[in-house]
Design a protein around this ligand. Structure first.
Ligand SMILES: Nc1ncnc2c1ncn2[C@@H]1O[C@H](COP(=O)(O)OP(=O)(O)OP(=O)(O)O)[C@@H](O)[C@H]1O
Ligand SMILES: Nc1nc2c(ncn2[C@@H]2O[C@H](COP(=O)(O)O)[C@@H](O)[C@H]2O)c(=O)[nH]1
Length: 205
């Protein structure tokens, strides 16, 4: 029997582009109808970050056990730490027909593309590399050598932009959110039409 599944929305892009800021703005709206998948990481919490809200902060050993047991949808090592998406939550939420939103870096996004090709993949791009660096410096959460590593990595990450369904520029947070919402709405309409057509064909048999 045909079962409607939720849509997997993947927001990716270089560190400092504003993924977290945009995600928080999207989720602050009562109209937002998708569920946020909390990632697991081995990095230490930043000031104000809460376990189980911002991330599941876990040891390297626990993370590697999750990998070995196949409990992550994707994972990547990013500037010295592991980051990954717990699989059970994503599957259960999609199976319940609700959309799931992932905010992840590009290596993990490529793994998700392999496993869930019908997901919706959005790349958040900065207006320029110098804007990106200014944002990372302005955030003030990393030392200058880590910022330099992240900016260097951003050059590689920008090269993967063409692999995404959509590129959204984060010039202004509210505009980026409007663009993402428009993309998600359009994708829902497209899927509804496809589903309806498919069900009509089944009825006709
Ligand atoms: N459109 C924007 N214009 C100016 N500053 C922005 C914009 N969007 C985000 N910022 C600022 O840029 C900094 C980085 O944003 P944020 O932490 O959301 O990036 P990120 O992509 O989630 O980074 P990371 O991948 O490292 O977690 C923050 O200080 C944020 O306030
Ligand atoms: N592949 C994954 N990447 C993730 C995940 N959760 C977050 N991230 C990305 O990691 C970098 C660094 O994050 P930070 O919080 O230390 O600044 C950033 O690009 C995040 O988007 C995940 O589950 N998988």
């Amino acid at each position: 029997m045909y079962k409607h599944r939720g849509l997997l929305i993947v927001l990716s892009g270089p560190s400092g582009v504003g993924k977290g800021t945009v995600r928080k703005e999207l989720f602050s709206s009562p109209d937002t109808n998708y569920e946020y998948s909390i990632s697991m990481t081995t990095r230490n919490p930043r000031e104000g970050e809460v376990d189980g809200v911002d991330y599941f902060f876990r040891s390297k050993q626990v993370f590697e056990e999750m990998i070995a047991e196949g409990k992550l949808l994707e994972y990547a090592e990013y500037v010295g730490n592991y980051y990954g998406t717990p699989l059970d939550y994503v599957n259960a939420t999609l199976d319940a027909g609700r959309d799931v939103f992932l905010e992840i870096e590009v290596v993990g996004a490529a793994q998700v593309r392999e496993k869930v090709p019908n997901g919706l993949f959005i790349f958040l791009a900065p207006p320029s590399l110098s804007d990106l660096e200014t944002r990372l410096i302005g955030r003030g959460t990393e030392a200058s050598d880590i910022i330099a590593d992240r900016v260097l990595k951003a050059r590689e990450e920008l090269e993967m932009m063409h692999l995404y369904d959509y590129v959204v520029e984060n010039d202004e947070v509210s505009k980026a959110c409007d663009r993402i919402n428009a993309i998600v709405t359009a994708e829902h309409c497209r899927r509804e039409r496809v589903e309806m057509r498919y069900l009509q064909m089944l009825e006709g048999e």
